[in-house]
Design a protein around this ligand. Structure first.
Ligand SMILES: Nc1nc2c(ncn2[C@@H]2O[C@H](COP(=O)(O)OP(=O)(O)OP(=O)(O)O)[C@@H](O)[C@H]2O)c(=O)[nH]1
Ligand SMILES: [Mg+2]
Ligand SMILES: [Zn+2]
Length: 306
């Protein structure tokens, strides 16, 4: 039989097959070729399994199907092994908040670059709009304009008040969506809104540090309808950029990818080279200076890129 991994709790995996959730375990060593990871099987993995002879609710996983994509992070910089957060994902929804906690543009840029490098498109969701005064709403509008111009879909919601949920369900329909963001931005609150019987635990945001308390501790996939799945994940502090070479970096900024073919040199790093189309686009106001600044900071940050 074949199924999709919804959750992993160490030795047991919840696997959904034909709309039924079964508990599966592994026997012996299972590992996809070419992966150096701390977890051989991740949420979203398609697996083959056989039902146990004495229990038709339990199975033994015999194989992992090749992944169409995956998203990975490394626990420490330069670590040899990474942790696969999830596999076979259609898109990410990055939950960002202006306050409680603050999500910086630099973090949004690092996340979207990492996701792009794993071939995962990102929709940026600005949550906690109910907590913003007019001034902050204006500021949020300016940030959204930057990302929309760069080619990202942006949505403004309040998971707490249930505002903007239909707008999220539309792009989520018939897809596997990964929900990501800092701890405390409201990922699980949103998940519980979209999947009412999910009962994900909700945490606090510390008064003094304005940071979340890492309530969700492992990734878990939930079913919204037959073909719609949403993965809640633990909060991330930063995303090390894995194995991206300097000359490739601009490819993961959609607005830069579109014009970098016009640079004079095809190995242009858009730093100081003559006749650079990206530097020209920044000067003409076509590419946002904030985005270019993020590009430069990632380009210089060798540690985070390798
Ligand atoms: N004002 C406001 N508060 C919200 C909103 N969404 C979530 N919160 C609050 O933010 C806090 C954290 O919410 P969670 O859903 O646990 O956040 P999370 O992103 O899942 O956090 P981790 O699991 O730690 O990564 C809770 O106190 C929520 O009530 C919102 O739209 N508006
Ligand atoms: Mg959570
Ligand atoms: Zn260039």
């Amino acid at each position: 039989m074949e199924g999709v991994v919804m959750k992993s709790t160490g030795s047991w995996y919840s696997v959904i097959a034909d709309g039924q959730v079964l508990q599966c375990r592994t026997k012996g060593k299972l590992r996809l070729k070419g992966f150096k990871t701390t977890n051989p099987i991740a949420v979203g993995d398609r697996v083959e399994f056989e039902l146990e002879s004495d229990n038709d609710r339990q199975g033994v996983i015999s194989a992992i199907k090749p992944r169409s994509n995956y998203i990975m992070r490394k626990s420490v910089k330069l670590a040899a092994e990474g942790h696969v957060i999830a596999a076979n994902i259609d898109q990410a929804m990055l939950i960002a908040t202006l306050i409680h906690p603050r999500t910086s543009q630099g973090f949004i840029d690092r996340f979207t670059v990492t996701a792009e490098s794993f071939r995962i498109p990102t929709i940026i969701i600005f949550n906690k709009c109910d907590a913003l005064n007019d001034e902050l709403l204006d500021l949020q509008g300016e940030v959204i304009a930057i990302y929309e111009e760069a080619g990202f879909q942006c949505l403004e919601i309040s998971a707490l008040q249930g505002e903007g949920l239909e707008e999220i369900l539309l792009p989520a329909k018939d897809k596997v969506t990964l929900i990501a963001g800092h701890s405390g931005v409201g990922k699980s609150t949103l998940l519980n809104r979209l999947v009412p019987d999910a009962n994900q635990k909700i945490g606090d945001v510390s008064e003094w540090s304005s940071k979340g308390v890492h309530t969700t501790t492992f990734a878990e996939m939930f079913q919204v309808d037959d073909n719609t799945f949403i993965i809640d994940t633990p909060g991330i502090k930063e995303f090390g950029l894995l194995d991206i070479e300097g000359f490739e970096l601009a490819d993961y900024f959609p607005e830069m990818r579109a014009i970098r073919g016009n640079c004079k040199f095809n190995n242009c790093t858009h730093l100081h080279e003559p006749n650079c189309a990206i530097i020209a686009a920044v000067e003409e106001g076509i590419v946002s200076p904030d985005r270019y600044e993020s590009y430069l900071s990632m380009l210089m940050d060798e540690d985070n890129r390798r």
